[in-house]
Structure formats: C-alpha cells, structure tokens
Design a protein around this ligand. Structure first.
Ligand code: ZN
Length: 247
C-alpha cells in the first residue's frame, strides 16, 4: 500500500499522546490509529483516552483530511433471549452513557457518530468480521446470564434485594470460564482490534487471521518499535495465559 507522507507525519505527531492509561491498550489503540491513517480502515474508536488527550489528538488532525469526533460510546445490542424476570434483567441493563473519541476518514461517517450506535453497527464500521461480531454477542449473552445467576444465588429472586446489592456494590461469586478465550485471541492475533471468535482462532486464513497478518505487516513496515512491542506482549500472553483485550 503506497503511503502518504503527510498522513504518516500525523501518525508521528500522535506519538506523545497517551491513547489509554494501560500500556498494552495504548499499543493496541496505536495499531488502530495507524490502520485508519494508512487507509486500511475507515474509522478508529478510542474508549480509554482522557479529556485533555482527546483535545490534543483533535489538534493534531484539525487541518487534515481526517475528522475527530467525540460521541456516545457504543451501546450493547441485546440480541439474546433471557429466561430471567424482566424486573431483574432491567437492573443489569441500565448503564450511564459514556463517551468515546472517533477518528474518521469520511466526514459523513463522522457526522453519524454523534448519534448513539450499538456494538454490532459499530463492529461493522470498525471492519470486524461478522463471525466474530456474532460470537461476541453470544459471549455477552452468556456473561449477562452468569452475572444475573450469581446475584440471584446471593440475594434470591427479589429485584429490590438485587438492586440494593448493586447499589452497595456487594461482591457475589460468579461462575465464568470464558476469560481464557480473550487471552488466546490476543496471543494469536495481536494486531486486530477485536476478540477473534473460536472459528477464526483455528486458522491463519480465517477473516481474523488475514486481518491480523495485513495489520501486522503495516505496523512492521511503519512502526517497528510498536511491532516488536505488540509481538512481545502476544508472546507473554501466550506464555502466561493472560493479557487484556477489548472489543
Ligand atoms: Zn471470527
């Protein structure tokens, strides 16, 4: 892919701006930033950047072909069936609206991002494979069910008791075995921005595998320090069975 020098200068100008408090997430977000700058993706989403750094990033791109927008963070799409009573389920679906920073190549897309969008819509916009978007929805459904089951075990099926436990931030014991998927995905495909699904993890030629190799090549070519760092984290993740990832 031929590189536009002006665009790459923009990437360099972002170097001193933390994109997330966590070092690994910062590296991860920087890969996302680079993919948009070189045209491999239309949009990047930054969930962990703080207010002042949002402004700094906005200033870097102010007179460029790119647009930065602060808009609502993606909302959960509740596509799964639940067997729990609606008054209890509602307690776990109330969220404070958070905001996020977007970097866009297309002004029309940027304008649309000032309105709330769910995670499926946003996943497609960010170029995530459909198989991984679908699998993520299934995992979220199982997770929600595990959380609700844990509170019912601790408080009974009384919505008021559960609401009280949530307000008091009471800890409950949860049965959840899916965290390993996250670290396995990070270890295998560290350059993609999403958590790869089980099917993708079985093959280098899966949608996530191909995306990982394309993004990895870009990063290797344009920022070899970042490339080495991401690979080191992936190796450590593989060895220790634990690293952070997000979707
Ligand atoms: Zn997949």
């Amino acid at each position: 892919m031929p590189q536009n020098i002006t665009h790459l200068r923009l990437y360099e100008n972002c170097r001193g701006i933390p994109l997330d408090d966590d070092c690994w997430m910062d590296a991860h977000e920087r890969v996302g930033l680079l993919t948009v700058i070189v045209g491999a993706r239309e949009v990047a989403l930054f969930l962990g950047i703080d207010e002042s750094d949002r402004s700094r990033l906005g200033r870097v791109f102010r007179h460029s072909a790119f647009t930065t927008v602060t808009g609502p963070a993606p909302t959960t799409a509740y596509t799964w069936e639940t067997t729990y009573p609606p008054p209890i389920v509602t307690l776990f679906r109330k969220r404070d609206p958070k905001s996020a920073l977007w970097l866009c190549r297309n002004l029309k897309v940027a304008t649309s991002l000032t309105r709330p969008a769910d995670q499926i819509t946003v996943g497609r916009l960010l170029g995530y494979p459909e198989c991984c978007i679908g699998a993520h929805q299934v995992t979220k459904g199982i997770f929600e069910s595990a959380v609700i089951a844990a509170y019912i075990r601790a408080c009974g099926e009384d919505a008021e008791q559960i609401a009280d436990a949530l307000v008091k931030n009471r800890k409950v014991e949860m049965k959840w075995k899916h965290d390993k998927c996250l670290s396995r995905a990070t270890a295998r495909f560290p350059f993609v921005q999403h958590v790869a699904c089980e099917e993708c993890l079985t093959s280098e030629s899966s949608p996530s595998g191909l995306m990982n190799s394309a993004y990895g090549q870009l990063v290797e070519e344009l920022d070899h320090h970042l490339y080495d760092y991401v690979l080191r984290i992936a190796e450590r993740s593989q060895a220790a069975g634990g690293a952070k990832a997000h979707q």
